[in-house]
Design a protein around this ligand. Structure first.
Ligand code: FAD
Length: 435
């Protein structure tokens, strides 16, 4: 027999934990968090470095310490959860209201839940070699940076000694330092783009402090080795990101770590028919973090890749509260606005790549809404400008903006609708190089 729950949270990482706690505190006791790992905490369990929680707790915690703050809330409140249980299927009932969630675990086998609302909090996975199309042999010694982090921090194994890192995302930068501290020789970090994909503080603390060179506009063009990696050929790339002939150089190494981006794990969301953004690969959500399927909410890295876990927790807390309101209202409304409801589309251009949310329903907006976004290149001394149907709402000067850092602005509802509900809210960058 199927089991009923009011809110089912998929994923017990920082997003799922904060969403579950928030929904529970908002009055929905019938919440269930499903986590496929044997412990709660998600990716934080392997992030033993410090630097977490500065915004939320005003102190520098390690990943496991940060996770523990939320896990203890789950335990103290008694928020139900299941470990070592994977959600394998997510469908809508025939009437379109109930979410049918199929889970699998070793002891209990298959369980089917009927949930009134679902919160998607599955995080993301790393882009592996198969997605990068690097020519050459297929020897051992090539790992994603996160896999290497798991080996070193959770299993106490060293993946190798002479290391090259491709990609300057935060995981790669953190692993450059970690491998060095464990006695490996990290020769260099090669980055295809002319800028780093990671946080500035990580470049300073993980590369500069250890004398590890960051080679921007460089990539691996060939992998050498039969059974085990023996080296990589690295070339400089031009402004179209194509390798420049004659710039190739061979580097001897036994390990190549890949830190080339993260992909939100949205296979289940796709099964359900949730609209996904072609830019973030996460769900398209409204001001309540509700996807195109009513009663299905999304938060954390499965929605868009976050740089700081504090923002994950903040966003997930909001998602949990909105999911509780959805249950308590008892009304199933279109997540994209009813037929007579005016909705505002959030448009991003001029260097702004995307925004979350991308749809605003004035009737559902709180006084203040947090809009998160990222830019597509490095900008210095520019203005972030917002418009409602062409009327300027706000102008914020930024000294530096970079793709590796998530930006956010707070939108006041009274400003947005002061002249009626606009059809378009636009975020753009102006005054680029004196423009
Ligand atoms: C190496 C690394 C270093 C970082 N360093 C910092 C830092 O210094 N400071 C900082 O603030 N942030 C840092 N972050 C970012 C922060 O850790 C992430 O933003 C945060 O963990 C994302 O939380 P999440 O819950 O969305 O995803 P995750 O932590 O990935 O959790 C998702 C959970 O969902 C589970 N799941 C997925 N699919 C299913 C399924 N089908 N069924 C059941 N369960 C499922 C997974 O097992 C996982 O536990 C770092 C991240 C990484 C990877």
């Amino acid at each position: 027999m199927n089991k009923h729950v009011s809110i089912l949270v998929i994923g017990g990482g920082p997003a799922g934990l904060a969403a579950g706690v928030s929904a529970y505190k908002a009055g929905i006791k019938d919440v269930l968090i499903i986590e496929r790992d044997v412990r709660l905490g998600g990716i934080l369990n392997q992030c033993i470095h410090n630097g977490f929680g500065l915004h939320t707790f005003k102190e520098e915690l390690t990943g496991p310490e940060y996770a523990a703050r939320y896990i203890s809330q789950v335990e103290e409140l008694g928020v139900p959860y299941r470990l070592a249980t994977i959600v394998t299927d997510l469908q809508l009932s025939d009437d379109g209201h109930t979410k049918i969630v199929t889970t699998m675990d070793e002891q209990g086998g298959l369980t089917v839940y009927e949930a009134d609302a679902v919160i998607l909090a599955m995080g993301c996975r790393e882009r592996a070699r198969g997605a990068l199309n690097i020519p050459g042999e297929r020897p051992a010694g090539i790992y994603t940076a996160g896999t290497a982090q798991y080996f070193v921090n959770l299993e106490g194994r060293m993946p190798g000694r002479e290391v090259v890192i491709l990609g300057s995302g935060d995981i790669g930068l953190i692993m450059a330092r970690r491998m060095t501290l464990e006695g490996a020789h990290v020769k260099l970090v090669a980055e295809l783009q002319p800028y780093s994909g990671g946080l500035k503080r990580n470049i300073v603390q993980c590369l500069d402090d250890y004398g590890i060179p960051l080679m921007l506009s460089h990539t691996v063009v060939k992998i050498h080795g039969d059974k085990r990696l023996t080296g990589v050929t690295i070339a400089e790339v031009d402004d179209k990101l194509s390798p420049i002939p004659g710039s190739e150089k061979f580097y001897e190494c036994d390990t190549l770590l890949l830190s080339c981006g993260l992909l939100p794990e949205n296979e289940l969301s796709g099964q359900l028919g949730v609209n996904l953004s072609p830019v973030t690969f996460g769900a398209v959500v409204n001001e309540s973090l509700e996807t195109s399927v009513p009663g299905v909410f999304s938060c954390g890295n499965v929605l868009h890749v976050h740089d700081l876990v504090d923002y994950v927790s903040e966003e997930a807390t909001a998602a949990g509260k909105h999911a509780a309101e959805y249950i308590q209202s008892g009304i199933v409304e279109s997540a994209e606005g009813g037929s007579d409801e005016k909705v505002t589309r959030v448009i991003t251009d001029g260097g702004v790549r995307y925004s979350v949310p991308s749809l605003l329903r004035a009737d559902h907006m709180a006084d203040l809404t947090t809009i998160r976004f990222r830019v597509g290149a490095v900008y210095k001394d520019v203005d972030v400008v917002t418009y409602a149907d062409g009327r300027e709402l706000a102008r914020l000067h930024k000294r530096v903006m970079a793709p590796g850092e998530m930006e956010q602005l707070i939108l006041r509802k009274s400003d947005l609708i002061s002249e009626g509900v606009p059809s378009e809210y636009r975020i753009t960058i102006e005054n680029k190089a004196g423009q």
